[in-house]
Design a protein around this ligand. Structure first.
Ligand code: NBG
Length: 801
């Protein structure tokens, strides 16, 4: 949009008078932020309305992206960038004596997700709007975010993340679009006077799902899509039934927190409730919209696409069936054909614990009608598959097995498309994890390698680098990110390489300032910043990283090594799921190692370890531009894609990686010589699995350096980790090291040791960095979304990109 500075200043001043009836200098930064937010929201509103109207008028096919997680990050700067008025507003505010950065800092970062899954959903929202894909997000408006992470004596402590305390300027409550979601009770089928079978419900618990909509603004294209998050409330007509605090709480708890503790039965039940809650509200609202179009139900899939992001929203399938059967009166076959054409599913992991399974009895109790429909889907699956593939096969692929409902099986059977999120991951799905299904439905399987929005991860978070890039290749790359490859032509341009180094240094200084202020740790911006930021999980092997740090430290201490190392700062950012005790032990270990090393004055500050508290999108925006090394060191085959790998490469970090997830595709683009690869490859791992021949103890016995390092976990070298050190030690030796940390250790240490030499050759390093940036544009989620649009959803997009 076009707007002059003067005009903006006038509108801003008017808004603050009307909101606060005060002079500008009397307002707190929070009030200033709220004022600015309301002005920006108003700028967006016109396009939001217009976009909705156009979709409706054109009867454009729309995508509904169902996800239990969304991690959009702060929206103020992103909205301004996408509206094309960031500089105008920044300058306008400066003229009014207001510093934009201080307002930006106030916005809460909605922590409505754990990690990559939720952030991917947010990147997709940004890309859908930018690519003119008529796309809607559908999720839960959690009252509290994941949790606020604090370290107390090195232990993770979880505090409530009260992100809505100051209200949320971006959302719009739409009570008139609320839906009723039904739980529990009894249901039986009865024939009505026209001979139609109808379900009769009794004793249900009805919950009001109220949508809160947030505008998802496209980049300089006037398109504004909708992210709809549902909140659970007591239906006004039933207020009187909820007289006790406890009963009221039971309703509000549905949208209170992301992923309640699922270690207890009640916790799991609540989680299942959350899933049906947002699925049912979302699907009902879609159908309500569709009915208004006046197109026969048989054509639903021509107008609507429902995307199931991981297994959590799988009940979209039986819920859509329920509406088509019970409310629309369609036959099973007709309803099933429509449902299959409408739904598609993305698998995001092969980790067994994340492939959801629900006790049959829990589902039948909580959502009895949905349970009946799942049983019928299962019955028909068995009936049609057994003659073709035999009983064993059919049993393996059944939705219900031995009292357990397998959500991934339901998602696959009821969808026309099943995709993995990186080439290797999709191959693993086809050949291993979901092989039976691949045999039965080969045409449904496809790959869609993840992507990231270069707007948030470069334009917004690394303005220095963006400007430098534009100085050399112009600004077209902002709309066509693969044009970043034009940078390759400057590989020998020493001036550019030098400037690239300066930009990185400035970002490192910025991060160093933050670390000093937030944690009191002094770090040297001239050191190599080595970064591992992701959920804390054993398969991601933060443990491998810290064992190497420990061995480096012990080497410095014990051998009084003359060998000069380039100073190194190891940076971690990670939250552990509250009930995942092994992950929490690793956090404690890293913090203990950090304490030991950071306070040892004899090593001359050669190594520092920084574990930033409360890692999330906003912190990632600070860390990523400052990274030299990107640690992507999962056990091969276990990381479905990874997306921090793409963000870090886009910001010029060199990837230190196993050939796992999307690292493989990064390698294919930048080449082995511009990465640091190590570790086993998939076939070797399979060999170990097949032959049962991995014995971690042997590695321990034969590798003195590693032995010294592991012994340090239990011999008092690292203070304050008696219990954790022993647990971790045992997991590696007594329990045979499930994630092959010891197996990959030597090759990891070797890859690490190459860094010093490479980094000292500044020209070479900067060239590697430049080449990584040059190839990262191809991982823009704009392209990923266009592939989804063309190959899965069959919806319109702006092909000019
Ligand atoms: C995660 C994978 C990552 C992947 C993201 C986004 C889950 C269940 N899966 O490797 O672990 O990048 O999904 O696809 O969170």
């Amino acid at each position: 949009m076009e707007i002059s500075k003067e005009h903006f200043k006038k509108e801003y001043s008017r808004a603050l008078t009307s909101l606060y009836a005060s002079e500008i200098h009397d307002l707190t930064p929070l009030e200033q932020y709220i004022t600015l937010g309301s002005v920006v929201k108003e700028y967006t509103a016109q396009n939001w309305m217009q976009t909705k109207k156009e979709y409706q008028q054109d009867q454009a096919k729309q995508v509904y992206y169902f996800s239990i997680e969304f991690l959009p990050g702060k929206l103020l700067k992103s909205n301004l960038l996408n509206l094309g008025i960031l500089d105008t507003v920044r300058e306008g505010l400066a003229e009014l004596g207001v510093e934009f950065a201080s307002l930006e800092a106030i916005e809460a970062d909605p922590g409505l997700g754990n990690g990559g899954l939720g952030r991917l959903a947010a990147c997709f929202m940004d890309s859908m709007a930018t690519c003119d894909v008529p796309g809607n997000g559908n999720g839960i408006r959690y009252r509290y975010g994941l949790f606020k992470q604090k370290f107390v004596n090195g232990y993770q402590v979880e505090l409530p993340d009260d992100w809505l305390r100051h209200a949320n300027v971006w959302e719009t409550r739409r009570e008139n679009k609320a839906e009723i979601v039904r739980f529990f009770g009894d249901v039986h089928l009865e024939e009505d006077k026209d001979g139609n079978i109808k379900p009769i419900y009794a004793h249900t618990e009805d919950i009001l799902a109220v949508p809160y909509d947030t505008a998802m603004t496209g980049y300089e294209n006037d398109t504004v899509n909708n992210l709809r998050l549902w909140s659970a409330e007591i239906p006004p007509s039933e207020e009187m039934d909820y007289f006790s605090e406890e009963r009221r709480k039971s309703i509000h708890s549905i949208s209170e927190m992301l992923y309640p503790d699922d270690s207890s039965y009640d916790g799991r039940l609540l989680r299942l409730k959350q899933e049906y809650f947002f699925v049912s509200a979302g699907v009902q609202s879609i159908i309500r919209y569709y009915r208004k179009l006046g197109v026969p139900m048989e054509h639903l899939a021509e107008k609507i696409s429902i995307h199931i992001n991981d297994t959590h929203p799988t009940m979209c399938i039986p819920e859509l069936m329920r509406i088509l059967l019970d409310e629309e009166g369609l036959s099973w076959d007709a309803a099933w054909a429509i449902t299959m054409k409408t739904c598609s599913y993305t698998n995001h992991t092969i980790m067994a614990e994340a492939l959801e399974k629900w006790p049959e009895q829990m589902v039948s109790n909580l959502v009895p009608r949905i349970y009946q429909i799942i049983c019928e889907i299962n019955r028909r699956h068995l009936e049609s598959m057994t003659p073709l593939y035999g009983e064993n096969f059919t049993h393996r692929t059944a939705v219900i097995q031995d009292g357990v409902i397998h959500m991934a099986h339901l998602a696959i059977i009821g969808s026309h498309s099943i995709n993995g999120v990186a080439k290797l991951h999709t191959e693993i799905l086809k050949e291993k994890a979901l092989h039976d299904f691949y045999l039965a439905y080969p045409a449904r399987f496809n790959n869609k390698t993840n992507g990231i929005t270069h707007r948030r991860w470069l334009l917004l978070s690394n303005e220095g680098l963006s400007d430098l890039i534009s100085d050399y290749i112009g600004t077209e790359w902002k709309k066509k990110p693969n044009e970043l490859y034009l940078l390759k032509a400057f590989k020998e341009d020493t001036v550019l390489l030098e400037k690239l180094e300066q930009v990185k240094l400035a970002n490192k200084k910025r991060l160093a300032d933050y670390v000093k202020e937030a944690m009191g740790i002094e770090i040297d911006p001239n050191a190599v910043f080595d970064v591992q930021i992701k959920r804390l999980h054993a398969y991601k092997r933060q443990l491998l990283n810290v064992l190497h740090i420990l061995s480096l430290y012990l080497k410095l201490k014990e051998t009084h090594s003359e060998e000069e190392i380039v100073p190194r700062v190891f940076i971690f950012g990670a939250k552990a799921a509250p009930s995942y005790s092994y992950a929490k032990e690793i956090i404690k270990l890293i913090n203990a190692v950090a304490d030991l090393i950071n306070n040892d004055t004899t090593i001359d500050n050669k190594i520092k370890v920084v574990f930033v508290e409360n890692y999330g999108v906003t912190l990632a925006e600070k860390i990523i531009p400052a990274a030299d090394i990107s640690e992507q060191i999962s056990l091969v085959t276990k990381e479905a894609s990874g997306t921090s790998n793409m963000k870090l490469m886009l910001n010029g970090a060199i990837t230190l990686a196993t050939l796992d997830g999307a690292n493989v595709e990064i390698r294919d683009k930048v080449g082995d010589e511009n990465m640091l690869l190590f570790g086993m490859q998939d076939q070797e791992l399979y060999h170990f699995y097949d032959s049962n021949s991995y014995h971690s103890q042997e590695i321990y016995d034969h590798n003195p350096r590693l032995k010294r390092c592991l012994d340090a976990l239990v011999d008092g070298t690292i203070p304050n980790i008696e219990a954790e050190g022993r647990e971790i030690f045992d997991s590696l030796l007594k329990y045979n090291d499930e994630y092959f940390v010891l197996k990959d250790y030597e090759s990891y240490v070797h890859a690490q040791s190459r860094i010093d030499g490479l980094y000292r050759d500044r020209k070479k390093w900067n060239q590697m960095s430049l080449l990584n940036i040059a190839h990262a544009g191809e991982f823009s989620s704009d392209y990923t979304i266009m592939h989804y649009a063309d190959e899965i959803w069959n919806v319109h997009h702006n092909k000019n990109l």
